[in-house]
Design a protein around this ligand. Structure first.
Ligand code: CP
Length: 309
């Protein structure tokens, strides 16, 4: 199938939700849709290095699956703090300068915000941010926006509830940045009283004229809504167990609450789940989260195809 490559000349590394515009998103979504069922050898001879300093199920395996489905190969290290030469004190920069001689693209998950930008600054091959601590997770945001597009057929004009702690939730930060590209969208942040949306996100929404409000209880945000995005509390980022316990369990979507969610709305989470979405919600057709996770492969196929061909 012949495919054009609009916009890709502006995309070398993927580090932030900020670097996309609508034309690029439309191009990636069209490519993802076209590649979804493709199994071929277009990336034969290309190598993806998966460099993961933090645990992952979806991001790592969907990137690997995407590369393999396009005929490429995968090398990598998981638990890189333990099993790579980071344990001997090697810096991220030096590691990247070495791996860019072994691979054509580096997919990096790290525990420090800004790590992907640091890696991109020294890498001779594209770096894809697969989550950098509390920073960003742009490929998750791409698959999230793609999922909304696939499920609801539009993004302009939607009412989206982004729940949880924006200070720690890298998926929500990247998603809010990307949603700011759309018109007449309204975002409701649902967060504890002690949390605030991060200043960079608020500035971006104001710059782009996106309307938003802040609520402190889930039941205040579910009745007049198209998308409920409910990530887990990022428990591993809280040093204080009391703070962690206070936040966890604060927002919980139950079958009872689902009776108040509009019939055409969708429920999303980047997963993994702890207890913020009752498993009894899974059977509800509005629960889009496992479809959302599956979309990760097509989006990552599109990114690899666009970056490597
Ligand atoms: N959504 C997501 O980033 O999941 P993993 O941590 O399993 O990759």
């Amino acid at each position: 199938m012949a495919m054009t490559r609009p916009g890709i000349e502006r995309l070398s590394h993927v580090v932030s939700g900020r670097q996309f515009d609508r034309e690029m998103l439309e191009s990636i979504f069209a490519r993802a849709s076209a590649l979804e069922t493709v199994r071929d050898h277009r990336l034969d001879g290309r190598i993806m290095a998966a460099l993961f300093y933090e645990p992952s199920t979806r991001t790592r395996l969907s990137f690997e699956s995407a590369m393999l489905r396009l005929g490429g190969s995968v090398i990598g290290t998981e638990a890189a703090r333990q099993f790579s030469s980071a344990v001997k004190g090697e810096t991220l920069e030096d590691t990247v300068r070495v791996i860019d001689g072994y691979a054509d693209v580096i997919v990096l998950r790290h525990d420090e915000a800004g790590a992907a930008e640091r890696a991109a600054a020294v890498s001779r091959v594209p770096v894809i941010n697969a989550g950098d601590g509390p920073g960003e997770h742009p490929t998750q945001a791409l698959l999230d926006v793609y999922t909304i597009h696939m499920e609801l057929g539009r993004i302009d004009g939607l009412r989206v509830a982004l729940c949880g702690d924006m200070g720690q939730a890298r998926t929500t930060r990247s998603l809010a940045l990307m949603l700011s590209l759309y018109d007449n969208l309204h975002i409701t942040f649902v967060m504890p009283e002690t949390c605030e949306p991060s200043a960079d996100v608020i500035d971006r929404l104001r710059e782009r004229g996106v309307s938003f409000d802040i609520r402190h209880a889930l039941d205040q945000a579910i009745e007049d809504i198209d998308v409920v995005y409910l990530p887990r509390v990022q428990v591993e980022r809280y040093a204080d167990p009391a703070e962690r316990n206070r936040l966890e369990g604060r927002f919980r979507l139950t079958p009872e609450l689902m009776t108040r969610v509009p019939s055409e709305a969708i429920i999303m989470t980047p997963l993994p789940r702890r207890d913020e979405i009752d498993v009894a919600v899974d059977a509800d057709p509005r629960a889009a989260y496992f479809r959302q996770a599956r979309n990760g492969v097509a989006i990552r196929m599109a990114l690899l195809d666009m970056l490597l061909l």
